[in-house]
Design a protein around this ligand. Structure first.
Ligand code: 2P0
Length: 330
């Protein structure tokens, strides 16, 4: 097994580590249409399967990175100083350790435009922004593929947050993960809309990292998942290429429900849906039966992300007042 530090050493090769002032970057959050669920290597966040997401344009993470004055990392999130022993600061510092020069501490100012309670994950954009900011601060000039690999070492889904639009993360096969990176799918879809339906803003009892590990280890149907994902990925890419919204919606919704079926068959079971989640799904199915092309996807939590096209936005907002709507293609 290759250690994360060894991967970073291979990527950075003989690049310098002289910091240049302050680096300021932004990267979008992303939402998977075909999900990443299960790892073949936990240390390197190498996935069992590929996945395909859409980046959320203006919803994401701004990060400013520079050298800290004192002898410890200084991490601020949305203006507030984070205690060094908190879970977020510890995870960020452990990530920065992977490329920390000797006797060097980082000042990190992170600001999320993903509303924290909106049910869109911010860890993907957070770690992707840290990787991109480090590249800028040290002037490494990494290629997009190398940057995606570096981001993946922080959080798997971060590999997909370094490009706009549709992004495919290739699972890869190499033990060191050098072929496991994400890249943009060449397609535009200006009419596509993603709506966040927030049903519960509380922290979930089992995070996705622990949940996917438990699922791979105990769900007897997990062995069906790779073939399902391979089919969904092929069909989704074809649907994107011909701009077939009903197909995109059906594949994304079906893939999310298949992932949640695996979760339900995990021991002990993982059930992220709340009664409100089920009610929302039934409403979506009922209005779709009346002819409105509205679909959904869900991640490891109770909130629902609506998928629709711009022409239907007013009707969707009527049905679900208070949703946050994103146009991923501007
Ligand atoms: C996804 N999720 O494709 C899937 C769907 C959750 C459900 O990627 O352990 O936070 O850092 O690699 O990236 C969430 O998992 O997990 C996730 P790690 P990550 O968006």
């Amino acid at each position: 097994m290759t250690a994360p530090r060894e991967v970073v050493r291979r990527i950075l090769a003989d690049r310098t580590d002289q910091p240049k002032g302050t680096a300021k970057v932004y990267v979008p959050a992303n939402i998977a249409l075909v999900k990443y669920w299960g790892k073949r290597d936990e240390a390197l966040n190498l996935p069992v399967t590929g996945s395909l997401s859409v980046s959320l344009g203006p919803l994401g993470s701004h990060v400013e990175l520079s050298r800290a004055a004192g002898p410890a990392d200084e991490i601020r999130l949305n203006g507030a100083h984070l205690p060094a022993d908190g879970s977020f600061a510890k995870r960020a510092s452990a990530y920065l350790d992977l490329f920390r020069p000797r006797d060097f501490f980082f000042a990190v100012q992170a600001r999320n435009t993903v509303p924290t309670a909106a049910g869109f994950a911010s860890s993907a954009s957070g770690f992707a922004a840290l990787a991109k900011a480090a590249d800028a601060l040290f002037g490494w000039g990494l290629a997009p593929r190398e940057l995606s690999i570096l981001a993946r070492l922080g959080s798997g889904s971060a590999a997909r947050s370094l490009a706009d639009g549709f992004v495919e993360w290739h699972a890869g096969q190499a033990a060191d993960g050098m072929d496991s990176y994400a890249e943009r799918v060449a397609a535009e879809w200006p009419e596509l809309r993603v709506g966040a339906l927030v049903l519960c803003a509380e922290e979930k009892p089992v995070g996705s990292r622990a949940g996917m590990k438990r699922c791979v280890e105990t769900c007897e149907f997990y062995r069906e998942w790779p073939a399902r994902v391979a089919r969904d990925l092929a069909e989704l890419k074809a649907a994107i290429a011909r701009k077939d919204f009903a197909a995109l919606g059906a594949i994304a919704e079906g893939n999310a429900l298949a992932m949640h079926a695996l979760m339900a068959a995990t021991r002990p079971p993982l059930l992220y849906a709340l009664p409100e989640t089920v009610a929302a799904m039934r409403t979506i199915w009922a209005v779709r039966a009346t002819g409105l092309p509205l679909w959904f996807t869900m991640d490891a939590g109770p909130n629902v992300k609506l998928l629709f096209e711009a022409k239907d936005e007013a009707r969707v907002r009527e049905m679900f007042p208070g949703i946050d709507v994103v146009a991923p293609f501007g």
